[in-house]
Each structure stands twice: as C-alpha cells, then as structure tokens.
Ligand binder design. Structure first.
Ligand code: ZN
Ligand code: ZN
Length: 91
C-alpha cells in the first residue's frame, strides 16, 4: 500500500455501532457526553412512591410497573439518564 493511500484510509474513519445506544459513531465524534443510556436494565416490579424498588413477591398484586431500575423512567424509549463515551463492540 502506498503512503498516500494509508493516510486516506485513516481519514475515512470507520463508523462503529455503540453497543449501548445502537447509534453509529466515529472515534473523533466520541466524547464523554456522546452516549446517552441507562446504566441499569428495564425491569418489571412493584412501583409506587414509597416502595419503588420493591421486589415483586408471590403475594404481590399483578400491577407491577415496568421501568428503568436506574432512574425510574417508565417509558422504554425514554432517553438515557446517564451520558458517557460510546462503547463499540470491538472495544
Ligand atoms: Zn452510545
Ligand atoms: Zn435510567
């Protein structure tokens, strides 16, 4: 490979897919606030004001709410409560 070709190769950055937010990004666009995500998973549990993180027991009524364990957002599409660098599958 010629020298000029190699430089061009580096400039044309490979797009990666973030395994957290599934967005495409390049190394140069990756910043500490580029990735919005939920550090915890979407769970199904009893959810009220006092006992937000109560585990559902066998006696519990079947009105368990679904929400993010990290911030309590009830919409699975809710934008992330934490920002960080994107993480590619190669890392
Ligand atoms: Zn991301
Ligand atoms: Zn969250």
């Amino acid at each position: 490979m010629e020298k000029g070709e190699r430089v061009r190769e580096r400039e044309r950055e490979r797009e990666k897919i973030c395994k957290r937010c599934k967005q495409t990004f390049t190394s140069s666009s990756n910043a500490s606030s580029a990735c919005r995500f939920h550090p915890s998973i979407f769970v199904c549990r009893r959810h009220d004001d006092q006992k937000r993180y109560y585990e559902l027991g066998p006696e519990d009524p079947p009105y368990a709410a679904k929400f993010y364990d990290c911030c309590g957002a009830e919409d699975p599409e809710a934008s992330g409560c934490t920002t960080s660098f994107h993480v590619s599958y190669d890392d």
